[in-house]
Design a protein around this ligand. Structure first.
Ligand SMILES: NC(=O)c1ccc[n+]([C@@H]2O[C@H](COP(=O)([O-])OP(=O)(O)OC[C@H]3O[C@@H](n4cnc5c(N)ncnc54)[C@H](O)[C@@H]3O)[C@@H](O)[C@H]2O)c1
Length: 378
């Protein structure tokens, strides 16, 4: 870690050390309601659309954090959060003086927001995926943050879902022996007909790249979390619903140097057995020489030993509060602990460039109909 980065982290740690509780009380417009607290980690969010709600809910439940601003170019949406509301990022940065900006707007806004936040003294950044508009922009964002000595974490939340943490633990405990195959079947069931996606994320219909760029990207990262970096990738993608612009079905395969493989098999028109198809978005198998782990649509994880028909529950199904097993909150807590307690951060933007490079290789593989072994350097 650079000296500047260490100094900024120490400053953050010192500033929040006295704080034990989120002291913030909800108030009206930010410009009228700014109030000194001086002790908590001051957090502001950019964006108040569909997904931002999970961020606001997560932040407000945290100790050692004070949510000091909500910004959306649609001021009514920002006001609806109940937090000090702004419609201009620059104004929010100047008035609310956040230590951390959490960016929950679409990729087109990311680089400009990161630059503006750094120029206005923010000490840490989280940014939603898909991260920036292009790999060039993503690299520029990484360079800006590194030059300023500021941690920049990509909000890649699926690896923080409790079932993948349970699977990672089972792998570390060698419960399946040598890992040979990971399969995830994405079956969201929300992609049929002319109304597909309109009720929740209408922008899905216009995205020129949908299945992998918007959603499958979570498993590029999750497969890396479970198996490490692939040495070759292959993809075969389809558009099944004619009303949308991008692809909504297809496969990708990761090859690993030891012969293991990971398969993502996605189809947004099909569903899976779950009360809520958005809990896990599908089902997984993690297979090794000594046993198989299975992830069901209710978020439960089971272990079946090789040669047996019995299953042992490693993670029971339960009602989770937030999105996807509370993974937004889990990621945010992870970042707070990284900043305030010095724990190592996962998904820093420089590392995330590998995810973007793999995603590009997948689209290239689909275009050219061949396995890709050389990824551009991240
Ligand atoms: N990690 C996940 O699990 C997950 C899930 C859903 C969405 N997302 C991502 O989160 C991001 C937002 O998605 P969403 O569904 O909330 O989108 P949305 O369209 O519902 O909301 C985006 C909001 O950003 C605001 N906005 C856009 N440009 C702005 C600007 N320059 N300044 C201020 N406000 C601006 C819009 O007014 C809108 O309210 C996307 O990148 C999406 O891919 C991530």
């Amino acid at each position: 870690m650079s000296t500047i980065k260490k100094m900024k982290m120490q400053a953050l740690q010192k500033g929040a050390a006295k704080t034990t509780q989120c002291a913030y009380q909800r108030q009206g417009d930010g410009e009228k309601a700014m109030k000194k607290d001086g002790e908590a980690l001051r957090v502001a969010c950019l964006g108040a659309g569909y997904f931002a709600r999970f961020h606001y809910e997560a932040w407000q439940g945290l100790q050692r954090v004070r949510l000091v601003g909500a910004c959306d170019r649609d001021l009514e949406k920002a006001r609806a959060t109940g937090f000090p509301a702004f419609d201009e990022l620059k104004t929010m940065l100047k008035m609310a003086r956040p230590d951390l900006l959490d960016i929950v707007t679409p990729p087109q806004t990311h680089l400009a927001a990161i630059r503006m936040a750094i120029d206005n003294g923010v000490k840490a950044l989280i940014c939603q995926k898909p991260f920036c508009n292009s790999i060039e922009e993503a690299r520029e964002a990484v360079q800006l943050a590194e030059a300023a000595g500021i941690p920049l974490v990509v909000h890649e939340n699926f690896r923080f879902q409790p079932w993948y943490r349970a699977i990672r633990q089972a792998l570390d405990d060698k419960l399946v022996g040598d890992l040979l195959q990971v399969t995830f079947r994405l079956r969201t069931g929300d992609g049929q007909g002319p109304e597909a996606y309109l009720d929740r994320q209408p922008y899905f219909q216009q995205m020129p790249r949908l299945l992998i760029h918007e959603t499958g990207v979570h498993w590029i990262d999750t497969f890396r979390y479970l198996l490490g970096e692939p040495d070759a990738v292959y993809a075969d993608l389809r558009k099944l619903n004619p009303v949308i612009a991008g692809e909504d079905a297809g496969y990708f395969i990761f090859d690993y140097p030891n012969g293991a493989r990971a398969l993502f098999d996605g189809n947004r028109l099909l569903d899976h057995a779950a009360e809520n198809c958005r809990t896990t978005l599908g089902e997984a198998l993690v297979e090794g020489t000594l046993g198989t782990l299975s992830l069901a649509g209710d978020g439960s994880v089971r272990l079946r030993s090789f040669g047996s028909t019995e299953e042992k529950v490693l993670l029971a199904a339960r009602k989770w509060q937030g999105f996807g097993g509370d993974c937004v909150k889990n990621l945010i807590c992870h970042v707070v602990e990284g900043l305030l307690d010095g724990k190592p951060l996962e998904n820093e933007a420089r590392d995330y460039l590998k995810v973007i490079a793999i995603e590009r290789a997948l689209y290239r593989s689909d275009r050219e109909g061949m396995k890709i072994r050389e990824f551009e350097s991240a």
